[in-house]
Write a protein of this length. Structure first.
Ligand SMILES: Nc1nc2c(ncn2[C@@H]2O[C@H](COP(=O)(O)OP(=O)(O)OP(=O)(O)O)[C@@H](O)[C@H]2O)c(=O)[nH]1
Ligand SMILES: [Mg+2]
Length: 297
């Protein structure tokens, strides 16, 4: 069989996690309209056995958006993404704008030039980009000579996602089956649960508040009828705690309900989700807190 690892990299908010989910046909990674949603590398396993082509297993690694860090968490996120460059068999670099539009993509491109790993460019959000603009984006990147293929996609609609899968498969070499056939991710359910809670907080909150949030799953008890989950929501300021809880606790209730519904669908059981909000000042610059929350090697 053929197998290997492919990392998905790019600026924040370009659609990396949406593309991962589209490739897998299942939601593994959380996605929001806010930049810096993803904080860890998220592995999604694509397995295709017994077809007319050779058996195939590809492990796609969704990574945090590469940006100029303003705190230790941001540093961890950017290092996590860049750290995958040399460890994979191919890199998918996603963008949604021209190379000349700003420093973000240029910076990543320079880093990509330093590694010999094959690179595929995905120009995402083609549902929003007009054809002239698309051509300009295409030409600017084509001229760099860095990419072996350029594909335009709409990760939200699934358009051309098959082409990305095929392009990545072209770089796979003879290798072992790393994971069982039916496994879509190797992250524990607890992790996915904490991510779902964080996604709802990102969706319900504005400005800096959701970026300073971290989730700790304190208890996780499965019984035949119900899974009981206790989660602590950490935020950076006392004032943020009030915002998260909301008037008469309404905001937190809304977050809890929508997280619970999605967790129930994921686990296929009834869920009792309890949440607490605690303040941990400036945790995003504390090595101890970062390692506690899983944001450290
Ligand atoms: N119109 C349109 N929107 C898209 C497309 N792909 C992703 N989006 C939207 O773009 C936003 C960001 O998507 P994500 O997948 O979270 O982006 P990301 O690159 O993983 O972002 P970070 O994790 O913050 O680095 C979300 O609101 C998505 O719905 C697309 O093809 N078309
Ligand atoms: Mg993401």
């Amino acid at each position: 069989m053929k197998s290997g690892f492919i990392s998905i990299v790019g600026r924040p908010n370009v659609g990396k996690s949406t593309l991962l989910n589209a490739i897998l046909g299942e939601k593994i990674a959380i996605t929001t309209d806010k930049p810096q949603t993803t904080r860890n590398s998220i592995r999604g396993i694509y397995t295709n056995l017994g077809q007319k082509d050779e058996d195939l297993q590809m492990v796609f690694i969704d990574t945090p958006g590469i940006h100029k860090p303003r705190n230790k968490l941001g540093g961890f996120m950017t290092e996590t993404a860049i750290g995958t460059f040399k460890e994979v068999d191919a890199i998918i670099f996603i963008t949604d704008d021209k190379l000349s539009a700003g420093p973000g993509d240029k910076y990543i491109l320079e880093l990509l030039k330093e590694v010999s790993t094959p690179k595929i460019l995905v120009i995402n959000k083609i549902d929003k980009v007009d054809p002239n603009m698309y051509r300009e984006i295409y030409e600017e990147y084509d001229e760099t000579g860095v990419f072996s293929q350029i594909i335009g996609t709409s990760a939200t609609s699934g358009r051309n996602v098959e082409d990305v899968i095929r392009a990545a498969a072209g770089f796979m070499e003879r290798g072992p089956m790393y994971f069982p056939e039916d496994m879509v991710t190797d992250h524990p359910e607890r992790f996915i649960v904490s991510e779902i809670i964080r996604e709802k907080l990102l969706l319900y909150l504005q400005d800096e508040v959701p970026h300073g949030v971290a989730i700790e799953i304190e208890s996780y008890k499965e019984t035949p009828k119900i899974t009981r989950i206790g989660a602590v929501i950490y935020c950076e300021k006392k004032s943020h705690k009030g915002i998260i809880i909301g008037k008469d606790g309404r905001k937190l209730k809304g977050v809890g309900k929508s997280a619970r519904e999605e967790i129930e669908a994921l686990l296929g059981t009834k869920v009792f989700l309890q949440t607490w909000v605690k303040v941990k000042e400036n945790w995003r610059d504390s090595d101890f807190a970062l390692s506690n929350f899983g944001y450290k090697e």
